[in-house]
Design a binder for this molecule. Structure first.
Ligand SMILES: Cc1ncc(COP(=O)(O)O)c(C=O)c1O
Length: 379
């Protein structure tokens, strides 16, 4: 991890806002995931941070990939396009999953030649896959509890477990092959009970399907693995212990278990140095205007329900301050409750850690601001 003094030096050299992505941290996170969940194949969820260099580092580490669109698929494909056809086909089959349950026809037609693994959760999708991508292997996504997860997903995705066997049967009726089941307990899941319940639900559906003669072989336990944004977040190692134990207890040894961690791999790999470009006193509170905001690297405040932390690079009597973005829009407020020295000057910098996931991935160019310069270190 780059020390604060060095970060300021980098900001001086490269300008601000500066997003520093530390590839040693990316590698360490991937290895930690593999170490503590040894039975589970890790498909990095590209949506968390789709920067090409991030993907390259994880590709070189041997990661598999969860993609949601043709463009995300092509970011991974870039690394395998020169492999001989059988090796390439095997890579796509074994190491890439289209985990978006709803895919448009055009995308399905484009990926048909790659015989992809794709998720689905309803009958219309089965018909679409049959029409446009009948080479695909299917994974049925189940709706599972996401109580206490910061970003819930079950209101938009997942088949009711009661309908699951029927949806597996429907796919086979269409001469498609269902390879397995998936779920997602919601992102930044701090409630281990969500995984326990979801694994239990998936195991019942699996047993039911197998009893009916459908030989499903994959269980995809999704993402959700939490990042220590604050001290209340449970330790990953403890959650992993529970997940391992439940997987061992409930899934036969011939089941391949996979997961789609995004945030866990990417979040802690990046730090942002932003610069105070303006200052005002409003209703007795100091407002720091910085050169990055919710339309840019702090987009996670809007889309990811994220509460970022700000640190100054020097001490001073701390008070509750607002930190707001540079755009001409009153929505562009990052936080109204940062604890910061009240005497920071225009030109001084702020540090935000753990900003590698759902940040630049959903950043815009709103109001003509370009967003942060990205600096890769320890590549
Ligand atoms: C289908 C799917 N897989 C994986 C992920 C990654 O989840 P996380 O970043 O919580 O690990 C997401 C995120 O929303 C998702 O929608």
């Amino acid at each position: 991890m780059v020390a604060p003094r060095n970060l300021l030096e980098l900001a001086r050299q490269h300008g601000t806002p500066l997003l520093v992505i530390d590839h040693n941290v990316l590698r360490a996170n991937y290895r930690r995931f593999k170490e503590h969940l040894p039975r589970i194949q890790a498909y990095y969820a590209v949506k968390a941070n789709s920067d090409a260099e991030v993907i390259k580092t994880l590709f070189d580490e041997g990661a598999s990939f969860d993609v949601a669109s043709y463009n995300e698929f092509m970011l991974v494909y870039e690394h395998i396009k020169r492999l001989d056809p059988p090796t390439k086909d095997h890579y796509i089959w074994d190491k890439i999953i289209f985990a978006n349950t709803i895919k448009d026809r055009d995308t399905l037609r484009k990926i048909r030649r790659y015989k992809p693994l794709v998720t689905y959760d309803n009958e219309d999708e089965i018909r679409k896959i049959k029409d446009c991508c009948d080479t695909a292997g299917l994974v049925l996504r189940l709706k599972v509890p996401d109580i206490g997860s910061i970003v819930e997903l079950s209101s938009k995705f997942g088949a009711d477990p009661a309908d699951a066997c029927g949806l597996v049967a429907r796919a086979f009726d269409h001469d498609l092959v269902v390879e397995g089941l998936s779920f997602h307990v919601g992102s930044q899941c701090t409630n281990t009970g969500n995984y326990v319940e979801a694994i239990e639900i998936a195991s019942h559906v699996l047993a039911d399907c197998r009893k009916k003669g459908y030989a499903l072989k994959i269980i995809d336990i999704g993402g959700g693995f939490p990042v220590p944004y604050n001290a209340d977040v449970p330790r990953f190692e403890k959650m992993a212990q529970v997940i391992n134990a439940e997987c061992e207890r409930l899934f036969p040894s011939d089941v391949d278990i996979i997961a789609e961690p995004g945030r866990f791999i990417a979040a802690t790999s990046a730090m942002l140095v932003s610069e105070i470009i303006g200052r005002a006193r409003r209703d007795g509170k100091t407002f720091y205007y910085i050169n990055d905001g919710v339309y840019h690297t702090f987009s996670g405040v809007v889309f990811d329900h994220w509460v970022p932390d700000f640190q100054a690079f020097r001490d001073g009597p701390s008070q509750v301050c607002a930190v707001v973005g540079p755009t001409c829009d009153s929505f562009d407020k990052i936080t109204l409750s940062a604890q910061l020295p009240g005497d920071l000057d225009i030109g001084e910098c702020l540090l935000t850690e753990n900003i590698g996931a759902y940040s630049i991935a959903s950043s815009t160019h709103f109001n003509g601001f370009e967003g942060a310069h990205i600096l890769h270190v320890n590549q």
